[in-house]
Design a protein around this ligand. Sequence first.
Ligand code: ZN
Length: 576
Amino acid sequence: MTVAFGRSVHDFEHPPDAAAAQLEVRMSEAVILSPPLPDGTDLQARLRFAPSEGRIWLDGQRMLLLHVESFGALRKELITSQGIAEARRLLTRMGYVSGLRDADMARRIRGDRSVIEAFHTGPQLHALEGIVQVEPVRMDIDLDSGRYFGEFLWHDSSEDSAHLSEYGIGDEPACWMQLGYASGYTTAFMGRPILYREVQCRSMGDRHCRIIGRPLEEWTDSDLTDADVAHFRDTDPKNQEENYLVGRSTAFRASVERIQRVSDTDTTVLILGETGVGKGRMAQLLHERSRRRSGPFVTLNCAAVPETLLEAELFGVMRGAYTGAVQSRPGKFERAHGGTLFLDEIGTMPLQAQAKLLRALQEREIERVGDTRTRHVDVRVVAATNVDLCQEVNEGRFRRDLYYRVNVFPVRLAALRERRDDIRPLVDHFLTVYAERSGRHIRGLTDRALSALLAYDFPGNIRELENMVERAVVLAGDGGRIDVQHLFDESIQGDARLLGISDSGTLEVPLPGGKPGSVSDLVGALLEEQLPFEELERRLLEAAVERADGNLSEAARVLGLSRPQVAYRLRKHRDG
Ligand code: ZN
């Protein structure tokens, strides 16, 4: 059986190659059974504007609304300063990365749809993002065998607009970034390198652009240059490193970079940040990146140990030192010998223990409680606190000399609300972890749930988000999708300050006293309430009359009815 998309190749005067003369294309079974392409409203619903925070979200990823002219200016600067080949590589690479991101979205949003529906997330996002309108011509796609062929038309490409206004019509195709997007998207979607070439382009005087995509190795007979494949290579060594911690926000990356800079020294590090931001994990990262990585990583939460026992915990104890010390044992310092000791909530440490800690840091020596023997320890200390240590010093609760000894290299971890760009990747991460742990299949998040997460302030930071996702996985049930009520108590719902796109394509304005919503949201809510139609009509009439201060003519005008019609219906409800 065969399927064709959109206009057939007949509509175009000059098919780019002999293969294009073939009008229809064989599809795998999954494709044949698929319904018509989705209209894209599921993707539009994931676009959210948060003007008060200066953010636009597309499925939890931060987006940018950019002037095509400014893109054109950047493009021109790149060509002038770097030369055509390097400018092309950079822009193709940029598109490639955004294609990879959008393929993630295809998996999340349409992972349970047919292959062709899932695949069209890419072309539809490319259009939604304002880059280009995509028309599929021919497709042959089979995920199991990895077979791929795709031919598409681009109408009125934005990159061509930027190019043409600077350079006019030339001999070479110019949709570099867009082509990179197609390659990145399809490569991630298929799980193997897929390369596109632009065989017709508006910048060469063609009516529209035509692109053809095939697996990279199937292009051997054609005239592929280095420039055609350069964007497959990631030249940033940092991106090739193992991903220890989840996050891509600037704030997060800056902290990780600071940790990396100090990791191979023996400098004492102080990690600052609110409860739940991941100070312990950052300390562990520091240890794993240090020369001490083969030594032990020992943790002590100073707030979790009773004051009277803290010294024994830290430095060890000799038998009979106090009632209950029935045998001698080493403390955390001794156990961390050759490795790293992480002291969490150091701000709660009593003054007497602080004096001993200072000595341990300065002299690299400790004495067990009740012992006279001095023991040498080789330990790197990483401390963390969620209080303002400077203030503790001023109020006499923390030794000034210890403060200076500990605060040699402070690293501040941002609160989650200050790095909202990381919410989506963190959610994905925890979702994978907890779905696997509970043996459940979860089909992702509803757009309402994601919007609510993006608007929430997370006083408990990453730990709170993690707990929410864990609970939501349980509540959503096997095969379910996580919705707002699985994540939040009722008291927190309705906090969303995000604006979506209405049916007419404008930004939604929040309804008075309520959440932002379009007419279709309202209808959906009413249907969910199972409000009888008669009751709905009665309430609507009464509300209109009340707003018009009892003036029936005014109420009728608002409702689009005549005054007698309003009067008649009101009477009907009153009598009925
Ligand atoms: Zn083009």
